[in-house]
Design a protein. Structure first.
Length: 244
């Protein structure tokens, strides 16, 4: 390389090195700014969710407030928004889940007043929640203008094994006992509770009742579990007594 040619490259190389230095410094500056921008965006999102949470609390929407509150605590741990939410979320979440369970239990019951066999009947009906993969058996509370009051199980097929009066193994809120029952002489696939008044009084105070029955179809024994805690006596309407 000639001395003259080398001297002509010196200014060019100097400019290139200067540009490279500026570019590197600019990259470092941009890299430092990126986490700060992300943090600012996260704070803005947390503030927006917190505002929504406050509004939901204000209008007593416990379900959505629980959802947004849990989201804030999960997405922005340690933030001011999360700390504020954690002051009220436990009580709101507890109330929401308690009310949701109360509504679920109440929804298991069906109440109806309808004509039946020359009279009128008022019924409160619930299906067994366990076993889940077997054919359901209704637990029926019935008032009839001609027949009076009854409590019974009603299934399908050939009904249940019960010779004369039988005792069904039962568990009421963890307490084992026996419930006397009998098969109706008319042959329906049912089991009538012998002492309906005592059984209904027991049911009104219970949360869960299990009754073990044996089906005539195959002789299969089943423990039928009824979540009765949502029973509302006021919705099981009384009927006028039959005229003599």
């Amino acid at each position: 390389m000639s001395p003259a040619f080398a001297r002509s490259l010196a200014p060019v190389l100097g400019l290139a090195l200067l540009a490279a230095g500026c570019s590197q410094q600019g990259g470092e500056s941009h890299g430092a700014a990126k986490p700060a921008a992300q943090a600012a965006a996260g704070d803005a999102a947390a503030a927006q969710d917190l505002d929504t949470y406050r509004q939901l609390v204000r209008i007593h929407n416990d379900e959505m407030a629980t959802t947004f509150g849990e989201k804030i605590v999960h997405d922005y741990p340690g933030s001011a928004a999360a700390k504020e939410v954690q002051q009220s979320l436990p009580e709101i979440s507890k109330r929401y889940h308690e009310n949701a369970e109360k509504n679920r239990l109440a929804g298991l019951w069906l109440y109806q007043v309808s004509p039946m066999a020359g009279g009128t009947q008022s019924t409160a009906v619930i299906f067994n929640s366990q076993p889940v993969d077997a054919e359901k058996v209704r637990l029926v509370l019935r008032r009839h203008t001609q027949w009076g009051q009854n409590a019974f199980l009603f299934g399908s097929g050939k009904g249940f094994v019960c010779k004369g009066t039988c005792t069904l193994p039962a568990v009421v809120d963890g307490k084992a006992m026996g419930i006397k029952a009998f098969a109706p002489p008319s042959g329906e696939p049912a089991l009538m509770i012998s002492d309906d008044k005592a059984f209904i009084a027991l049911l009104k105070k219970a949360q869960k009742i299990s009754l073990t029955v044996t089906r005539k179809d195959g002789g299969q024994t089943q423990e039928l579990v009824y979540e009765v805690g949502g029973f509302d006596p006021a919705k099981w309407l009384p009927l006028p007594k039959a005229k003599k």
